[in-house]
Design a protein around this ligand. Structure first.
Ligand code: F6P
Length: 550
């Protein structure tokens, strides 16, 4: 296969890059009144403005040519139809089938997966209804009022993010905790507010072997059994979400309290599966369904919209433009919504675990940069922490600003004041990052503030901003289950598209597996009596130092 960098499409982008890399966005806006109209897209209540990027319409044409060159359209079909595109694990990638709203069959190894999905959804519906109606009773006959989801990575981040984001839709009588860290502080703090008679533990683990999750699950079980002095209580207070029946039974959870999913659901794409049980319970099954419906709408858009009008494709290609041509290898996620404060961590896993790869699908070293560093925080907190670097740092940081137009909350004397302040901050940031402030503008501002010439000259370099700092703005009417579903699916497809352009497998995670493997070797050395000398001298000495202190 020819390397992507040798293709005529890549070369066309390289020469286009040379011609526009120094152009200021503010000039492009001045010269083209239609810039916003030409460089934004809508899908229902979602508006994505990508006009504040260092691109022209020509850039979009050339980037979509690149997407065609790598055959994005046929890869997209392969994914949705159940082909085993996760080639290192020989697995299909079918989180999209979990939220499909049709009865069209999807085959894996010749078997339609839809009936099993439907059956499991029914089980989730019945169980979440039983918890919410109070008909599910704990061991002492009391209804459940607290859910503790024990999981990590994809078995934690998605459900935790969604439950926090959609709290206004939740059953307000239920408390929910997400315990992920093996640090005993995490579980201990959660348990300190739990009543064993009214707490339900969901052990969420695809493999049911993950060290952190299983350690927490066994400690939670120990806590519960200690209170009741009777192992029978596990049946009423523990359910499992997993693909591993054997391990679930070994733990002591009844098969009928197990919610299955399948190897073709990747951990970081699993919130649509039984891993979303905590979502279905906390928000109610109808809201879980609405989340899925929203994602399905984005799936349909991704599958059917032409590449130039395709929101996930455009965001992916603009990302490629920065990473591979400008060499800006970082991406900030900046939600102006407190509910979405976990979105940056969620997308960190979704994107970095998927596209943090230097080996391509054919086992060769990639010839271009791949996944960016994803990070961020909710606005306006980020403004008072790291935005200085975004405005005036030596690095350029493409940023996604994300915001609902209406808030679920209102406070204070003046109607919607909080939210209007939030909106104005977002718009002020994206505008000033793009526009910057020229030396002349800064000078006249300083003159008007009454400073003398000497003071002005001293301050001028600090008070001017070169601008030209790129951002996308993603707006929607309100943060509801359907819209959140769309937003999550948008990023999933963006990640997929970038993986196809880079020719990497976005669906394995051998780097994480490697870390787990080494941790298994280190633990016995920490537990053992003897001095360790089997690793490198740094690791040996650190282990021995820790053992001396324990
Ligand atoms: O972080 C690595 C990973 O393998 C993720 O892909 C997964 O979401 C997480 O561990 C948890 O795995 P499991 O659901 O099997 O406990």
């Amino acid at each position: 296969m020819t390397k992507i960098i040798d293709s005529k499409e890549w070369k066309a982008l390289e020469s286009h890059f040379k011609s526009i890399k120094n152009i200021q966005m503010r000039e492009m806006f001045n010269q083209d009144e239609e810039r916003f109209n030409n460089l934004h897209l809508k899908l229902d209540d979602l508006l994505v403005d990508f006009s504040k990027n260092r691109i022209t319409q020509e850039t979009i044409h050339l980037l979509t040519d690149l997407a065609k060159k790598v055959d994005l359209e046929s890869w997209r079909k392969k994914q949705f139809s159940g082909e085993k595109i996760n080639n290192t694990e020989d697995r299909a990638v079918l989180h999209t089938a979990l939220r499909s709203q049709t009865n069209d069959p999807v085959y894996v190894d010749g078997i339609d997966v839809k009936p099993e999905i439907k059956k499991t959804l029914k089980q989730i519906e019945e169980f979440s209804n039983a918890i919410n109606s109070g008909s599910w009773k704990g061991f002492s006959g009391k209804s459940i009022d607290t859910i503790v989801n024990i999981g990590i990575g994809g078995s934690d981040l998605g459900p935790a993010m969604v439950c926090k984001a959609l709290k206004p839709y939740a059953n307000q009588k239920l408390n929910i905790h997400f315990v992920s860290n093996v640090d005993s502080a995490d579980l201990s703090i959660a348990l300190s507010t739990c009543n064993p008679e009214t707490t339900l533990f969901i052990v969420a683990s695809k493999t049911f072997t993950t060290q952190e999750t299983m350690t927490n699950a066994f400690s939670a079980r120990h806590w519960l059994v200690n209170k009741y002095n009777n192992e029978e209580c596990i049946k009423k207070h523990f359910v499992a979400v997993s693909t591993n029946l054997e391990k679930v039974e070994e733990f002591g959870i009844d098969q009928e309290n197990m919610f299955v999913f399948w190897d073709w659901v990747g951990g970081r794409y699993s919130l649509w599966s039984s891993i979303g049980l905590s979502i279905a319970i906390y928000l109610g099954f109808d809201n879980f369904k609405a989340l899925q419906e929203g994602a399905y709408e984005m799936d349909e858009h991704f599958l059917n919209a032409p590449l130039e009008k395709n929101i996930p494709v455009i965001l992916a290609l603009v990302g490629i433009w920065y990473i591979n041509f400008f060499k800006f290898n970082t991406q900030a996620i900046l939600p102006y919504d407190q509910g979405l404060s976990l979105l940056p961590s969620y997308l960190q896993q979704a994107d970095m675990e998927s596209n943090g790869k230097f080996i391509d699908r054919d086992g060769k070293r990639v010839c271009v940069e791949t996944g960016p560093v994803i990070w961020g925080a909710s606005g306006t907190n980020g403004q008072h922490a790291f935005y200085q670097l975004i405005h005036q740092g030596t690095q350029f940081i493409p940023s996604d600003f994300i915001m609902p137009i209406k808030s679920h909350y209102d406070l204070g004397e003046k109607k919607n004041l909080h939210h209007k302040i939030l909106i104005s901050n977002l718009l002020a940031q994206t505008q000033s990052l793009m526009m910057g402030k020229s030396i002349d503008e800064a000078r006249s501002e300083l003159l008007n503030s009454g400073l003398n010439d000497q003071e002005i000259e001293k301050l001028l370099p600090h008070k001017s901003f070169e601008g030209n700092r790129p951002s996308n703005t993603i707006l929607f009417d309100e943060l509801n289950p359907k819209t959140l579903g769309k937003l999550i699916a948008l990023y999933e497809h963006k990640i997929f598209t970038q993986g196809i352009v880079w020719h990497i497998n976005s669906f394995d995670q051998w780097g994480v597996e490697y870390g787990k493997q080494i941790a298994r070797l280190v633990l016995p050395k920490i537990q053992g009596e003897k001095t360790t000398n089997c690793f490198d001298s740094s690791t040996n000495n650190l282990i021995n130092h820790i053992k001396n202190k324990c």
